[in-house]
Design a protein. Sequence first.
Length: 228
Amino acid sequence: MRVVSIGKWALALSCATTLLASTAAMAQQAPVVNTAAPDALIRTLADNILTTVKSDPQIKAGNTSRIIDVVNQQLLPYTDFRKTTRLAMGPSWRQATPDQQDQLVKQFELLLVHTYAGATAKVGNQTVSVKPFRATPDQTDVVVHTNVMDQGQAYPVDYRLGKTPQGWKIYDVNVLGAWLIEAYRQQFASQIQQNGVAGLLSFLTTRNQQLAAANAAGREDAGQSTPQ
């Protein structure tokens, strides 16, 4: 069994979840029809997003607000993050009101951005290579396999996409054998069992506030330690 450091796992996952969460942020805007094949879509999005992350000094400084701004302003809706949240919640999704569902999608997206903001800031010379892809015309659910290359080491990252009237959309990622939806499903179920859907929403909101405060404090400390 291969042992991978937490830092390397987080870095690989940050590339994947930045791609997933960032493209989800525009989902409330008018639908964009995407005609790209799944592998071409992943290749284009990965290249564009890594270029943005590497070239923006505020992102490199770990500025979560800037990461969210880039998410909201520059990237297109090529994910189905509502589906991601629904699958992570399982049957409990149907217990949520429409307003709660909207808030859960928003807070889950923010959780990913806040959680991996630090690792996103450390993205440097990493590249993404897309493995050969085959699919039949009638398939509506596919997996695109990629490698995040870091200092000569390949870290496998897979993207699951579903076919929609607007084209292929990402809704799950797998880093080193761990699917994002599965990773959060147990935690969500535990919160719902203890406190209901409202409790899960409260947990996500509070956790995001804590992570935002911690990220802000980290940037302040970094600024104070920078030589003048």
